[in-house]
Design a protein around this ligand. Structure first.
Ligand code: AMP
Ligand code: MG
Length: 352
């Protein structure tokens, strides 16, 4: 018998209210019951939606890997309510982790530290380190506090596909593989957290994200190394920076990044292809000249990196439903604020 689709429960906490409305607390209560019995709950965060369960229970965590089709070699980020909970999961707390978490938590940066023996091996893919993050979303922190457990939570999507930034994306990707979806609305940052390995000297950015290198270096008071982008295709072999598999975060429709989109779009239209164009300069005469074609969908994209990041996954999800042959994206500027976006787009454009 097919399992039933999960309920999607709206949760909210208006800015100036001292407590969330009763309906939100009831939704959190249901989530807590599910998590305590080994269930999988999709949760909103400020980055993307996460697929959460009790991080300290190997069987629950195994369900995450199976639901996502995630290779066992790709470790999970553990979400905590505060710095104290983070330290309880670490066997050592490097000064760099202290500096980063004191300054940026709750927020979109993950620290990799030596793991405490209580953290199951399945969470860390058998490795000696654990990745920890305290999310900015108030209701997600309330859920962690109420459940009493740290929550292992990778992005709530099938492995290698687009990350979800709306509750509907979770349902579309995971369907009955998730037990409950908490709908907190669109994720404000829209791309995954920055990941910093605090166990190396110098510390290293393993995955660029919403918190940029300059801001981190200012807080650490020294230089950070930046992991090189792995250009090999995803494979079963253990990776030091698993999220760095070349293909990741990809739409079903093939995506191309190009510095000369007008020429490329015109060329593809001539061969009868249906094209979606993520245009950074939508008012360009070159865009206008092509936009009359019935086979072209032009999506104007924000030319400011934070707004672009907030929109990118939802835009790709939407274009995946338009029956297109190709998505063309203007290459974003090569400046540091665009670094994380560049990283995600490059992976999304990487061939299968
Ligand atoms: P996601 O699948 O979006 O939750 O991404 C989780 C990412 O966190 C992985 O792809 C890794 O890059 C990173 N990560 C988690 N645990 C570790 C760890 N122990 N060491 C290094 N990176 C980690
Ligand atoms: Mg992911």
């Amino acid at each position: 018998m097919p399992r039933r689709l999960p309920d999607i429960l709206p949760i909210e906490w208006p800015e100036n209210d001292p407590a969330p409305p009763p309906s939100t607390d009831e939704a959190l209560d249901r989530a807590v019951v599910l998590i305590r019995s080994g269930g999988l709950v999709a949760i909103p965060t400020e980055t993307v939606y996460g697929l959460a369960t009790d991080a300290l229970d190997s069987e629950s965590v195994d369900r995450i890997f199976r639901a996502k089709g995630r290779p066992a070699t790709n470790p999970l980020i553990v979400h905590v309510a505060d710095q104290a909970m983070a330290q309880s999961l670490a066997s050592a707390w490097p000064a760099v982790a202290e500096a980063i978490t004191s300054h940026f938590w709750p927020g979109p940066v993950t620290v990799v530290v030596p793991k405490h023996r209580d953290v199951p091996d399945i969470v860390t893919a058998g490795g000696p380190t654990v990745a920890l993050r305290c999310p900015a979303h108030r209701l997600t922190r309330r859920l962690i506090e109420r459940s009493g457990y740290p929550l292992a939570a990778p992005s709530a999507n099938r492995s290698e596909s687009l990350s979800p930034t709306r509750a509907a994306h979770v349902l579309e990707s995971l369907g009955d593989r998730v037990d409950l979806i908490l709908d907190g609305g669109p994720c404000p940052h829209g791309i995954e957290s920055t990941v910093v390995d605090c166990t190396t000297s110098p510390p290293q950015i393993l995955r660029p994200g919403p918190i940029g290198r300059a801001a981190l270096e200012a807080v650490i008071g020294g230089p950070l190394a930046v992991g090189s982008v792995d250009t090999a295709p995803a494979s079963a072999e253990p990776a030091r920076t698993p999220g760095s598999h070349a293909r990741h975060y990809a739409p079903r429709t093939p995506l191309e990044l190009t510095a000369d989109a007008p020429t490329r779009v015109a060329e593809l239209l001539r061969t009868g292809k249906r094209i979606g164009w993520l245009a950074l300069r939508p008012t360009d005469p070159a865009v206008r000249a092509l936009a009359a074609s019935h086979d072209l969908v032009v999506v104007p994209m924000p030319d400011e990196p934070a707004a672009f990041a907030a929109a990118i996954y939802a835009t790709l999800h939407a274009l995946d439903h338009r029956d297109l042959d190709r998505i063309i994206c203007d290459v974003p500027p090569a400046t540091e604020p665009w670094h994380a976006i560049h990283d995600r787009l490059t992976r999304a454009a990487s061939p299968t």
